[in-house]
Write a protein that binds this ligand. Structure first.
Ligand code: CP
Ligand code: NVA
Length: 322
């Protein structure tokens, strides 16, 4: 059966292995290790990426990562293809399945990436929908694992909107047994359905999921604070929304409540001066550009895992991981 990644808990079983693979493969590749550099599981395959919304990180990290795995990236911008004009998502999916080794899709409605996957004969990866951003969460947890030795003891805090990035971050933290505390203004809470999934994973992995309206309470003693824009793509008409986020900015005063080895995370792009100050963004404790780089390594692991699991497993063993 073809595997898809529409939300990060779709890879619950192998999540930790996928991240360890990405961390070690990145290290070997940067050392110039010949086995890693000649690992080409996507050889001769074209991987197509459909974008309904703009992107810097997702697009470039997929294009470069696919190339490094021996594949051929095809970026399909919405204005240039028939999707949404004269062709349905389902028909597009069946046509593209005849050419491609896998598809990624950045869309507005999460139902659209579900529809693409439903009709696809090849793996589909959600490259951000209004509900989920699994590739971001994979890179984020990879980054956390690189910066902290024992992730099971961590407290991660989210301050801001209850959005797509939070959804996959909370699922991912719960899958690794990391406590997640999120502070959200009233009316902007995450999806109840995703919170329910998160709580069930957290119960299994003995971690906490704590909600509050108070940013100070959320970040108290935390090791990581994460925020995102208050107005996401597709919400540009909701300019007044920003007024509800008074007091939810990540700034010097807020992080003074954290563990002394605090780290700041953001999926980017950041709106400096809104959800985060320059002081925090540019601080030594900010790891936002590590997160951005790790989009590529984490996605390389996800792609190899989905498209060529045997080769991915063989590389896992070669790297001496368990
Ligand atoms: N974080 C992220 O998905 O960035 P892009 O919108 O630039 O792809
Ligand atoms: N929540 C943001 C994330 C951008 C990477 C959005 O959906 O626009």
């Amino acid at each position: 059966m073809v595997k898809h990644i529409l939300a990060i808990d779709d890879v619950e079983e192998d999540f930790s292995k996928i991240l360890k693979w990405a961390i070690e493969f990145k290290r070997l590749w940067k050392e110039g290790d010949e086995v890693a550099m000649n690992f080409l599981p996507l050889d001769t395959l074209a991987i197509g990426s459909i974008y309904e919304k703009p992107s810097t990180r997702t697009r470039v990290s997929f294009e470069v990562g696919i190339n490094r795995l021996g594949g051929y990236p095809l970026t399909l911008l919405k204005n240039d293809i028939q999707l949404g004009k004269s062709e349905t998502v389902g028909d597009t999916s069946q046509v593209l399945s005849r050419f491609l080794g896998a598809m990624t899709y950045r869309c507005y409605a999460h139902a659209d990436v579900e529809e693409l996957a439903k009709h696809a004969d090849v793996p589909v990866i959600n490259a951000l929908s209004d509900k989920h951003h699994p590739c971001q969460a994979a890179a984020d947890l990879m980054t956390i694992m690189e910066h902290f030795d024992d992730v099971s003891k961590l407290k991660v805090a989210w301050v801001g909107d209850g959005n797509n990035v939070l959804h996959d971050l909370m699922l991912a933290c719960a899958m690794l047994g990391i406590d997640i505390h999120y502070a959200i203004p009233e009316g902007y809470e995450p999806s109840e359905e995703v919170v329910k999934r998160t709580k069930s994973l957290a119960a299994k992995n003995r971690s906490k999921v704590v909600v509050t309206n108070d940013p100070v309470e959320a970040v108290s003693g935390a090791h990581v604070v994460y925020t995102d824009v208050f107005i996401s793509m597709g919400e540009e008409h909701m300019k007044d929304k920003i007024k509800s986020f008074d007091g939810f900015q990540v700034n010097e005063k807020l992080v003074s409540n954290m563990d002394e080895n605090w780290k700041f995370m953001h999926c980017l792009p950041a709106h400096r001066g809104d959800e985060v100050t320059d002081w925090v963004m540019d601080h030594d404790h900010s790891i936002v550009f590590d997160q951005a780089e790790n989009r590529m390594w984490a996605q390389m692991s996800l792609l190899a895992y989905l498209v060529s699991e045997g080769a991915w497993e063989a590389m896992f063993e070669f790297m001496g991981l368990d």
